[in-house]
Design a protein around this ligand. Structure first.
Ligand code: PLP
Length: 382
């Protein structure tokens, strides 16, 4: 049987063959421990980490020594949020985040309550964006950390990071952003946006799974409590032997994404515009979930009024896509992100799907998907 068309590029992306090329030798001949300082085997591994650190830093205008490799964005988010709040909770107990954040941010922020932090979860507007006035009202000189994602994984909206950074800095708090869906896809500049902590993931940018990074600004106020004690790797921030193959892959993936960002954005934007038009020409009563302007082109989350969610997914077996977040799969009910932006009565009467295209999606695949969706929705509506 033919496999379904892959339209779940927010859940994960396939490895770019150019990334695999760079990774291979670290699984075989260059097997040394990157922290062995006394021989060539170690130096080869160490060189992989050095190169990658530069490649990752380059994308966000950071310094190489400000990059800490982790097992992924989940670990980076946990490190940044719990790590900062454990240091700061006594002096400035408040932490602010958004109701549409990834679960690993929401749960990390909630966990900070165990050591005395006071959590504020701000609601987004109907378009999925943060209203800056709400942040200005919530923030104070008691706020230690604000964690607001760059691009939402379910609805693709881009938060106004530069403006958010200005509000946060005026209050003297730290700015963390989960950039797993934004890194390499939109321009990010940690200086201009006044970001102190930024999390990324390898497998969202056509790199390997099991690796990510945290940018941590080199500044005395940006101090994190350590969770991994041991050999003091990663400047003492995260002990444990790094995986040169994975880290090299992350670096290469970051470099490619950055070099090809403009081209890829334009190509995916054209594809998505065509797809969107095809769907809208043949189906009415459609809602685009999330702002139609401030969004990345690879993610279109659409709701069909008067269609049952389960039935729609069941009739789209030829497409691999998600109706919510893969990370929340197994749980029933609508996603917390759609709940945050949709009135309850619409939510109950609407099927939503996330169409996530990527670097390797073809026009033919997307045409096939449009046809399948049009047929399924029109059939379910009669
Ligand atoms: C995928 C994702 C994560 C989790 O990243 P992992 O590397 O899989 O741990 C966190 N936040 C967002 C926005 C994501 O899309």
């Amino acid at each position: 049987m033919k496999k379904p068309v892959y339209l779940d590029n927010q859940a994960t992306t396939p490895l770019d063959p150019r990334v695999l090329d760079v990774m291979m030798s670290y699984f075989t001949e260059k097997f040394g421990n990157p922290h062995s300082a006394t021989h060539q085997y170690g130096w080869e591994g160490e060189a992989a980490l050095d190169i990658s650190r530069g490649q990752v830093a380059n994308v966000i205008d950071a310094k190489a020594e400000e990059i800490i490799f982790t097992s992924g964005a989940t670990e980076a988010n946990n490190m940044a949020i719990k790590g900062a709040m454990q240091v700061w909770a006594k002096k400035r107990p408040e932490i602010i985040t958004l109701n549409t954040e990834h679960k690993c941010v929401l749960e990390s922020a909630k966990a900070c309550e165990h050591f005395g932090a006071k959590l504020t979860v701000l609601p987004v507007e109907k378009n999925g964006l943060l209203d800056l006035i709400k942040l200005e009202k919530a923030i104070s000189d008691q706020t230690a950390l604000v964690s607001i994602m760059a691009v939402n994984n379910e609805i693709g909206v881009i938060q106004p990071l530069k403006e958010i950074g200005e509000v946060i800095k005026k209050a003297g708090a730290l700015f963390h952003t989960d950039a797993a869906q934004a890194f390499g896809k939109i321009p990010l500049d940690v200086t201009e946006m006044q970001i102190d902590l930024l999390s990324i993931s390898g497998h969202k940018i056509y790199g390997p799974k099991g690796v990510g990074a945290l940018f941590k600004r080199k500044h005395h106020s940006v101090t994190l409590c350590r969770f991994m004690d041991g050999g003091a790797q990663e400047g003492g921030e995260r002990s444990g032997t790094q995986a040169p193959a994975l880290v090299a892959g992350l670096g290469k993936a970051a470099e490619i994404a950055s070099n090809e960002m403009l081209e890829e954005d334009a190509r995916m934007r054209a594809m998505m515009t065509r797809f969107n038009a095809a769907i809208r020409n043949s189906i009415d009563n459609i809602i685009v979930n999330g702002d139609e302007g401030a969004r990345i082109p690879g993610n279109l989350n659409i709701g069909f009024l008067g269609v049952d969610n389960e039935m729609l997914l069941a009739s789209l077996r030829g497409l691999a896509l998600s109706s919510g977040s893969a990370c929340a799969s197994g749980t029933t009910g609508p996603s917390h992100v759609l709940e945050a932006i949709t009135p309850q009565e619409s939510l109950e009467n609407m099927a939503s799907i996330r169409v996530g295209i990527g670097r390797f999606t073809t026009d033919e695949e997307l045409d096939y998907a449009a046809d399948a969706i049009i047929q399924a929705v029109n059939k379910l509506r009669v």
